[in-house]
Write a protein that binds this ligand. Structure first.
Ligand code: PLP
Length: 453
C-alpha cells in the first residue's frame, strides 16, 4: 500500500487535539506533503499554511539543511539518556541557544514540548525558593486567558475559562489569576496606554494580599494567544519586572509562541526590552522538524541554589527521558543556522507589517473591523458586528469559526477563534504569497458576512 493511501475511516483510531472526532472523521484533513508555506492533502488539494502549523514551522516546511542535519545525527547517535549523559550535539545546541537569548539567561533545561517547559519552570521556581531561604514561597500568579500547556501544573497556571479547562478540575492549589493587560475590549475597558498601569499595579496588589512570603513566581505570555494576540503596552513589562524584583517573585515568560523570531527578535524579551528570570520556549525552537522545547534560567539562580556537592543533594529534581534528544537538538541547531543565514527575522517583520496593513484596509472596508493587533510575524484581526459602536458579533454566531470552514474549503489554514483570527505564516513567506493568502482570507470573510447566519 502506498504510504499516502488511507483506508476507509482509519482516522477514527486517533484522538486529535480538541477535535470532535466524530465530525473530523467524517471529513478528515490528512496531509501528505509540505513544502515552504504550502501543504498538500492526500487528495492532492493544496493549502496555504498561514499559521506555521500552529506557530511552529517558522522556517517553512521541507527545509533541506535541517533534514540533512537530522539524517547525519541519526547516523551517529539518536538517543542519549539525560539521566546518565548528554550528546555532543546537545551541548553545542545549548551553547548556541544561550548566544541568542537575552544576556544572563544562560542555563538551559531541554524538554520535548511547551507544557514540559512551563511545568519545568513552575517546579524550578518552587525548588529555587526552597533552596534559597524562602521555603514558604510556592504560589504562582498568572493572567486570566493565558494558556501555559495541557499538563496539570501548566493547566493550573492557565487562566482559561470554558471546557478546555473546566472539565479537568479540581486543579492544583497555589495558583492565583489576575486580569490580563488587554486593551481591547479589555476586562475593564481600559483604553489606550492607561491600561499599562493596572497591569503592574494589579500584580503588586495581588502579591501583597496573597502575602509576598508565599508568592514564588509570576508567569505570563508576552503576547497572549488564547486571549487573542494581546499585545501589552511596552510599559507593562518594565512595571511587572520591577514589582517581581521588589517582592522576590521570579518573572517567567512563556515564549512558547513568541520565541524564535516571531516578534521581530529572537525573543519577545528583546522586543520589549525586559528580561525575565526564566524564559520558556517551544514550538518554533526546532520549527516542527522534531519535538523540542526549553526552559532557560538566569545563571545566577542556577549557581546560587542548585550548584553544589553530591552530599548537598540540591540538583534540580526534575527530568524527562527525551529531554535534549540529539535528533531534536540537531534539528534545533540547524533551524537557528537557517534563521541566521537567511536573515528570516526582519523578513518576517516586513511581511507581518504588510499583512496587518491589508487587514486594516480590507476588513475595515467590510465594516466589521474591531482591531488588528500583532507584532513582527504574529498578527490577528478581531471582528465586530458594528464598527461604530464596537459591538461584537453574538457568541452564538461563532463568526470566526464559521469563517474557518470556508477557509479550509478555499485552501487556507489559520488560527480561528469565534471573535478573532490569527495569522502567523512561516518567516519565509514572501509578499506575493502573503497577498495570495490575504485574497483567500478576505474572500472567505466576505462570503461568511454575506451568506452566513
Ligand atoms: C503559550 C503556550 N504555552 C504553552 C503551550 C504548550 O505547549 P505544548 O502544546 O507544546 O505542550 C502552548 C501550546 O499551544 C502555548 O501556546
Amino acid at each position: 500500500m502506498s504510504p499516502t493511501l488511507i483506508a476507509g475511516n482509519d482516522v477514527r483510531h486517533l484522538l486529535l487535539d480538541l477535535q470532535q472526532m466524530k465530525v473530523f472523521s467524517a471529513n478528515p484533513l490528512i496531509i501528505r506533503e509540505a513544502r515552504g508555506v504550502y501543504l498538500t492533502d492526500v487528495d492532492g488539494k493544496r493549502y496555504i499554511d498561514g499559521v506555521s502549523g500552529i506557530y511552529v514551522v517558522n522556517i517553512g516546511h521541507g527545509n533541506e539543511h535541517v533534514i540533512e542535519a537530522i539524517r547525519k545525527q541519526q547516523e551517529r547517535v539518536s538517543f542519549v539518556a539525560p539521566l546518565h549523559a548528554v550528546s555532543d550535539t546537545t551541548v553545542r545546541f545549548a551553547k548556541k541557544l544561550t548566544e541568542i537569548t537575552p544576556a544572563g539567561l544562560d542555563t538551559v533545561k531541554l524538554v520535548s514540548g511547551g507544557s514540559e517547559a512551563t511545568e519545568s519552570a513552575l517546579k524550578f521556581a518552587r525548588q529555587y525558593h526552597r533552596q534559597s531561604g524562602s521555603p514558604a514561597k510556592y504560589k504562582v500568579i498568572a493572567n486570566y486567558l493565558g494558556y501555559h500547556g495541557g499538563t496539570m501544573g501548566a493547566m493550573s497556571a492557565s487562566g482559561l475559562g470554558g471546557p478546555r479547562k473546566a472539565v479537568f478540575g479540581p486543579f492544583l492549589t497555589g495558583f492565583v489569576h489576575i486580569p490580563p493587560p488587554s486593551c481591547f475590549p479589555g476586562p475593564f475597558d481600559l483604553a489606550g496606554s492607561s491600561c499599562a498601569h493596572p497591569g503592574a499595579a494589579m500584580l503588586e496588589y495581588t502579591i501583597r494580599h496573597e502575602g509576598p512570603e508565599s508568592v514564588a513566581a509570576f508567569i505570563l505570555e508576552p503576547i497572549s494567544n488564547t486571549g487573542g494576540i494581546v499585545v501589552p503596552p511596552p510599559e507593562y513589562f518594565q512595571g511587572v519586572r520591577e514589582v517581581c524584583s521588589r517582592y522576590g517573585v521570579l518573572l517567567v515568560y512563556d515564549e512558547i509562541i513568541t520565541g524564535m523570531g516571531r516578534t521581530g527578535n529572537w525573543f519577545a524579551a528583546q522586543t520589549f526590552g525586559v528580561t525575565p528570570d526564566i524564559l520558556c520556549v517551544g514550538k518554533g525552537l526546532a520549527s516542527g522538524y522534531a519535538p523540542l522545547a526549553a526552559m532557560i534560567v538566569r545563571d545566577e539562580l542556577h549557581y546560587s541554589a542548585f550548584w553544589g556537592e553530591e552530599s548537598q543533594n540540591i540538583s534540580f529534581a526534575h527530568g524527562h527521558t527525551f529531554g535534549g534528544n540529539p535528533i531534536a537538538t540537531a534539528a534545533g541547531l540547524a533551524v537557528i543556522e537557517v534563521i541566521e543565514k537567511e536573515d528570516l527575522i526582519p523578513k518576517g517583520v516586513s511581511v507581518g507589517r504588510h499583512i496587518r496593513k491589508r487587514l486594516r484596509e480590507e476588513i475595515g472596508a467590510l465594516g466589521i473591523l474591531g482591531e488588528v493587533r500583532g507584532r513582527g510575524a504574529l498578527s490577528c484581526v478581531e471582528f465586530v458586528e458594528n464598527m461604530d459602536t464596537g459591538k461584537p458579533f453574538a457568541d452564538e454566531r461563532r463568526f470566526g469559526k464559521q469563517v474557518e470552514k470556508r477557509l479550509i474549503q478555499h485552501g487556507l489554514i489559520l488560527r480561528c477563534d469565534p471573535h478573532w483570527i490569527g495569522l502567523a505564516p512561516p518567516l519565509t513567506m514572501t509578499v506575493e504569497q502573503a497577498d495570495e493568502m490575504l485574497e483567500v482570507f478576505v474572500k472567505a470573510v466576505a462570503e461568511e458576512l454575506r451568506e452566513g447566519k
